[in-house]
Write a protein that binds this ligand. Structure first.
Ligand code: NAD
Length: 274
């Protein structure tokens, strides 16, 4: 416990935040150092503020939920963020100032925000990945290999499904999978992506990569990359059955950053898959 990595969780009251807390409590190499969330949620005071971060899980941690990032970062080793892009950008600046490494699991960033994250990595260590699961990280590599072999005569489509509460589409993971296929084929996803189809679309342009989004119920996260050729289809699919897969990956990323003073990494780096 004395040498345990001191982790701050932001968005600790959220779906991912709660699973992260559970995983930290179960790992002797990690200690909860700070727990942060918004002071106001939709105009109402956040009821969790001032309460023990483990209270809802029935495990008192001695760490109270606060909305003061400066306080939470003091003497911390790493911050783990699963919130919203605008919130992440402000936590990122605070981490730069406090020289604390950050794991960014939040999705839905604009290109400008992604550039700012990349710039910040000259000051601190950052793991930034739209999907922290080991299985998805491997899937990205499999998609790259498949795209190289199936470069002629196969149409590529990315299909994803998530729970009804998800606020961005397509998922950051779907975009990452599309990018993996596009880069393996020497294409720029920004130029070849087609997001949904409606009406008289005309025939499919073979150089495009299509995306289809499903939202409903409590689906944790399904992703399929389809390579459709003449006479056959290849489908590479990953299904997440619990948020623990993302939390465990994020905490593995937090350990990976330990001792690093700067640099931008993703889960391929964390799992040594390059
Ligand atoms: P959630 O809505 O359940 O939780 C978000 C938490 O962040 C809440 O507690 C909320 O109060 C807090 N928050 C702080 N500042 C905020 C702000 N300015 N606006 C809104 N909320 C703010 O969401 P979730 O399901 O836990 O997902 C959080 C993020 O993580 C999303 O972007 C989601 O897409 C992403 N995610 C990534 C992975 C991955 O592997 N990288 C996995 C799951 C979810």
């Amino acid at each position: 416990m004395a040498n345990a990595l001191k982790v701050v969780i932001v968005g600790c009251s959220g779906r991912m935040g709660q699973v992260l807390l559970e995983c930290i409590f179960a790992d002797a190499d990690l200690v909860l150092h700070g727990a942060l969330d918004r002071g106001n949620v939709d105009g109402f005071a956040n009821p969790q503020l001032g309460h023990d971060a483990g209270e809802k899980l029935g495990k008192l941690s001695g760490i109270k939920v606060v909305d003061d990032i400066g306080l939470a970062l003091k003497d911390a080793d790493v911050l783990v963020d699963f919130t919203r892009p605008d919130a992440t950008m402000s936590y990122l600046v605070a981490c730069q100032q406090a020289k604390v490494n950050i794991v960014i699991g939040t999705t839905g960033f604009s290109n400008e925000q992604k550039i700012a994250i990349s710039k910040a990595s000259s000051d601190i260590g950052i793991v930034f990945a739209p999907n922290m699961s080991v299985g998805i990280t491997l899937l990205i590599n499999l998609v790259q290999s498949a795209a190289k072999v199936l470069s002629e005569g196969y149409d590529i489509e990315v299909i994803e499904a998530h729970h009804r509460h998800k606020v961005d589409a397509p998922s950051g993971t779907a975009l990452r999978l599309g990018e993996a296929a596009a880069s393996a084929l020497g294409r720029d996803l920004a130029e070849c992506a087609v997001y949904g189809r409606e009406g008289i679309t005309g025939e499919r342009d073979p150089s495009t990569i299509g995306f289809a989004t499903v939202r409903g119920g409590d689906v944790v996260g399904d992703h399929t990359v389809l390579f459709a050729g003449i006479g056959e289809r290849i489908e590479l699919t990953h299904k997440a059955s619990s948020r623990a897969t993302f939390a465990l990956g994020a905490l593995r990323a937090a350990k990976f950053l330990n001792g690093k003073s700067n640099g931008l990494f993703d889960m391929q780096d964390v799992l040594n898959l390059r």
